[in-house]
Design a protein. Sequence first.
Length: 457
Amino acid sequence: MKNLKIIVLSLLLALITSCSKDDAPITNVLSVTTDTPTGITERNAKFGGNVVSDGGSPVTRRGVCISLTPNPTIDDPNNDDVLEMGAGIGAFSETFTDLPSNTTGHVRAFATNATGTVYGENKTFTTLGGCPIINVTTDITIQTVWRPGNVYVINGTVTVTSTLNIQPGVVIKFGSAGNIDVINNGKILVEGTTANRVIFTSLKDDSVCGDTNGDGNTTTPQKGDWLNLYLNGGTGHIFEKCDFKYAGANDSGYRCAVLISVAGSSFSFDSCVFAHTANGTNFTGQFAFYGGAYMKDAAVSVFTNNIFYDNNIPIYINGSYSLNPNNSYFNPANPAQKNAKNCIWVYPDGGNNIAVSYNETEVPYVMDGYMQKATGSMNIGPGAIMKFPQGNTYGLNVINLSLDVTAFLTSIKDDVRGGDTNGDGSATSPAANDWYGYFNRNTNAWANGANILYAQN
């Protein structure tokens, strides 16, 4: 009986041992696993794997296969990329740096020895950002629509002589010589929304539509990376909820994001942002928005709810233009970030029979000359400040001026009122005779008062 028990136990032990051997992992075959991709950006991702076993024959080649279709192999060089990573068993990995942005791809690790090639699991990955690139190299001569989901790249001058409709969410990037010129009957209609703004920016700006120029982190956007939008024709231009960033390359002395000329003053800009426009070394042509002599009628040139920050001078308008005070001159996300010379520059044209009002109190106005106004009226409202550069060619010679008791006429060097408007810190201070003065045409005499400061007369 005792011997029978021993025999039964021996049989059971043999059966258990046999089952264990049958269920044990096979280690005498070539085996490789695929790592889950990491470090994914617009153009890069880290791929790798692990040769678990060489199957008794040295691994002479290992790496990963990458494709837009599942289960890539080393045998399809027309559709699959192969990234080799040495030989032997063990883990391996490397960063691949030439991937298309905003794209879903597939990767498999592989290992090769004398018996052949085996593959690990298929892993899926999606690169970040990026948009399909449309290079704009021809002028807009027929009605054209630019649609969201694409990035439109402009490296030279694109002339618009027909209607260009730019839909919500469109991104336009410019190279160093890039700009848009609107002439004749050209018209631009920008239809941005709060959720999908239209962006005009530098080709080096990877923050929207990814790394369009494909240089990784080699370049970053800078002020003056592209020229401007030049409106010199057409009527009824609409720019709503759009951003102009990193413009202002030197254009015959002008360093602006938007430049208005004689025939381009019929427009509406609403809820747009003007930021990072190039800073120049003087006051001539260095404006994020250049309306100049041509922006003189608020019924024709509508400009409302716009934002300026990190520019040289925000805006240049005609002296007969009543600028809406709902525009602002600081970064809403960082109120301390304003403009180098935070003011409204004014071309000295009083216009005929025009009633003009200056009611902005956030920043001062700067009169760029000796403004003469023999008809109509001028109102400088409560809290408004008008400053004048130094010299006897800067002042007012006007009729029917209403100067509120809380408003000031003063020197551009007066940092106490309206801040450091000339952008020189404490290098200069206001003094008597800094500017010419205010000549009242009604009384035919120079005007004086507690709110008229540092004038010659």
